[in-house]
Design a protein. Structure first.
Length: 401
């Protein structure tokens, strides 16, 4: 059997399974992976090169169109004529048509009739706030960095950046010797883009379903009824969206939940945004943790922003605050030991982290990091066909960190 025949048969088999269970993430990813492999088999060597060029240019073109309001001006349902679309975004129709042709050819938009366009599944979210923010963030902040990596490494050792103040992201934006968040914050609109895209890039609700908070935190919840301790501390918790979802989903859990972040974040949470039982306080995770003996200390997508030594410093402050019953819960990606083509998001996210000295980690790397900070990695809780996980740790009471 040739590789092309095998690819066709795999697509057929995975497609049949997917049709029988169309709502299952596992079957959809299996079918999608098989379809990608079939496309690669069908491409010629030259065609593969041309398609990578097309992929890159269509991404850049889409980012530009988002910036001038094109996806936002196409109706969510139905279609729009080119001339009408051009008027809406104040562009010359022939100018706009050149971009739309490329994006229709790559399936991002659909040409329903001559010079008439509609959204597809590939474009619909770019017409909404979350997709718009992600597109602008990636196109304006990170694509310029990748386009200059050869220049950056021309006189540097070819190794992963490990200094959170000296990295390709800061260099490309003319701000060496600054943390990534300082580079991002050079324009206030960037922080707004980052905050609004965070939920899109990582589903807040997913963490709630990965870890069985009701069972694993029952002891801390029962204790809260009599002693009124803190059930959970969300460190670097932004505006508290994850904790809001957790509180709604596990309404029987008792105890206070505290969301911690820097002043610029906490002071901008609207009044009444957080429900009763969730409070927001200012805390810098580079400083000692003020809340001692909480049921759980939680961090979501914080550690991947930093190299190992800085993560150890963050973790040690938490370890100092933990007692023998406290849990540490870290919601992060876990990179598979071997490349898994079914869900490639962890790999492109790792390269985004690479640009400012962060990284995604394998299970082995997580275990080593925990142990180096005085923690025991108890379990990695994961969902089927999803690299996002919740890592559960406890303080190693026999070890001084």
């Amino acid at each position: 059997m040739t590789s092309l025949q095998h690819a066709f048969e795999t697509v057929h088999a995975s497609g049949q399974t997917c049709l029988q269970n169309p709502e299952t993430r596992e079957t959809r990813l299996q079918a999608l992976s098989a379809a990608r492999k079939l496309v690669w088999e069908l491409e010629s060597e030259q065609g593969a090169v041309f398609n990578r060029i097309g992929d890159l240019l269509s991404t850049l073109a889409l980012g530009f169109l988002v910036n001038i309001g094109v996806p936002q001006s196409i109706p969510q349902h139905g279609s729009i004529f080119l001339d009408e679309l051009a008027v809406k975004v104040q562009a010359d129709a022939s100018f706009l048509a050149r971009f739309m042709r490329l994006l229709c050819a790559f399936g991002i938009f659909q040409e329903t009739d001559r010079d008439t366009y509609a959204h597809t599944k590939q474009s619909i979210l770019y017409g909404q706030a979350e997709g718009e923010f992600v597109s602008l963030l990636i196109n304006e902040q990170f694509l310029p960095v990748f386009s200059r990596l050869s220049e950056y490494f021309a006189d540097r050792t070819l190794e992963s950046p490990n200094d959170p103040k000296r990295h390709p992201y800061g260099w490309a934006h003319g701000m060496n010797d600054h943390h990534w968040i300082e580079v991002l914050a050079r324009d206030p609109k960037n922080l707004a883009l980052f905050a609004k895209s965070a939920g899109f890039l990582g589903d807040f609700a997913a963490d709630v379903y990965i870890y069985p908070y009701d069972k694993e935190l029952k002891g801390a919840s029962d204790k809260a009824v009599t002693d009124n301790p803190v059930l959970m501390v969300d460190i670097g918790g932004s505006t508290g969206d994850t904790m809001k979802i957790l509180r709604q989903h596990y309404s029987d859990l008792k105890g206070r939940i505290v969301v911690q972040d820097i002043p610029d974040v906490i002071n901008n949470i609207p009044a009444g945004y957080l429900p009763d039982g969730i409070e927001a306080t200012v805390h810098d995770f580079w400083q000692p943790q003020p809340i001692k003996g909480a049921g759980a200390y939680y961090m979501r997508r914080v550690m991947h922003d930093w190299p190992d030594e800085h993560c150890r410093n963050i973790l040690r402050h938490i370890v100092d605050a933990m007692d023998e019953h406290s849990k540490l819960l870290i919601a992060e990606a876990v990179v598979p030991e071997r490349v898994d083509m079914r869900d490639p998001s962890v790999y492109w996210m790792d390269l985004v982290m690479f640009t400012f000295s962060g990284k995604e980690r394998t299970a082995v790397q997580w275990k080593d990091l925990f142990e180096s900070a005085g923690l025991e990695l108890v379990k990695i809780w994961s969902m089927e066909m999803n690299n996002h996980s919740v890592l559960e740790g406890r303080k190693n009471m026999a070890m001084k960190c």
